[in-house]
Design a protein around this ligand. Structure first.
Ligand SMILES: Nc1nc2c(ncn2[C@@H]2O[C@H](COP(=O)(O)OP(=O)(O)OP(=O)(O)O)[C@@H](O)[C@H]2O)c(=O)[nH]1
Ligand SMILES: [Mg+2]
Length: 244
């Protein structure tokens, strides 16, 4: 596959409007500074699309309305907010036929948003990051064409735990699932404790142990299997089972 950034540069060049798709559960983390800068440099409009809003309480998102302009709240799978998104795109689009580039980290829901806008499955989606390869052009209407792209990782970033949290790296491909799960627990202790029904403690490792016991993931001699529990937690998180 061509280098991510070769694709991104081309999509930015060709598009009239760009969407940056981020995960509403972790807006700041799933924003990609390099994408934002490139779009700005090209002098094009960037619309922030906060996707997976079904996994977040609405009042937790209000501050982003002021901070990120323009921004639209969407749930691609629940088909919420797609009318707003379409109208926001039209506001910034030229009168003629135009192209909208859809950018963001892997697995944020770029292809799902395109399908929600189209009203039926036109862009293949998957719970596994890195599903979309190369650029795909999808016709939404006579005038509007969307460019689906593979997710982008910044060059400089090597933070596996972060990539696990934002589901940019699928749980099966992680080198250190325990470390990533503990980082996740550190950031979202209460939703995770509630989901698995374990008591609160300030130590992520203790929480991971308690979850392993609760899930009956034990090694010989009854020792909690932290690796197995970590993989389950990351999978549940990445699949959107644990709400924030
Ligand atoms: N809960 C929830 N899940 C979503 C939403 N949108 C997408 N997903 C899920 O997120 C996963 C990734 O969706 P895709 O649309 O394939 O993501 P993508 O950004 O195109 O991913 P790549 O092509 O791998 O970069 C799938 O399992 C989707 O079902 C949403 O609004 N809510
Ligand atoms: Mg995709």
């Amino acid at each position: 596959m061509a280098n991510f950034w070769t694709i991104v540069n081309k999509v930015i060049r060709e598009s009239d409007v760009l969407l940056e798709v981020v995960d509403a559960r972790m807006v700041d983390e799933s924003r990609n500074e390099e994408i934002e800068q490139k779009v700005k440099q090209a002098g094009k409009t960037l619309i922030y699309v906060l996707n997976k809003c079904d996994l977040v309480e609405k009042n937790k998102l209000n501050r982003f309305k002021q901070q990120l302009k323009p921004c639209v709240f969407v749930s691609a799978t629940e088909r919420l907010g797609t009318g707003f998104l379409r109208r926001e795109i039209m506001k910034h689009a030229p009168n003629d036929k135009f192209k909208v580039g859809v950018l963001g980290y892997p697995n944020t829901g770029k292809s799902s948003i395109i399908n929600a806008l189209k009203g039926r499955a036109a862009a293949p989606t998957a719970p596994i990051s890195g599903h979309t390869k190369g650029v795909q052009i999808i016709r939404i209407s006579k005038k509007m064409y969307l460019l689906d792209t593979p997710g982008v990782f910044p060059y400089k970033e090597k933070d596996e735990a972060k990539h696990a949290r934002i589901a940019a790296k699928t749980f099966t491909n992680l080198k250190d699932p325990e470390g990533s799960a503990m980082e996740l627990i550190k950031e979202f202790p209460f939703p995770i404790e509630n989901y698995y029904g374990v008591n609160h403690t300030p130590d992520p490792e203790e929480i991971l142990e308690a979850i392993a016991v609760k899930l009956k993931r034990l090694r010989k001699g009854g020792v909690p299997d932290l690796n197995a529990a970590a993989r389950i937690i990351l999978q549940d998180w990445q699949k959107g089972k644990i709400k924030k």
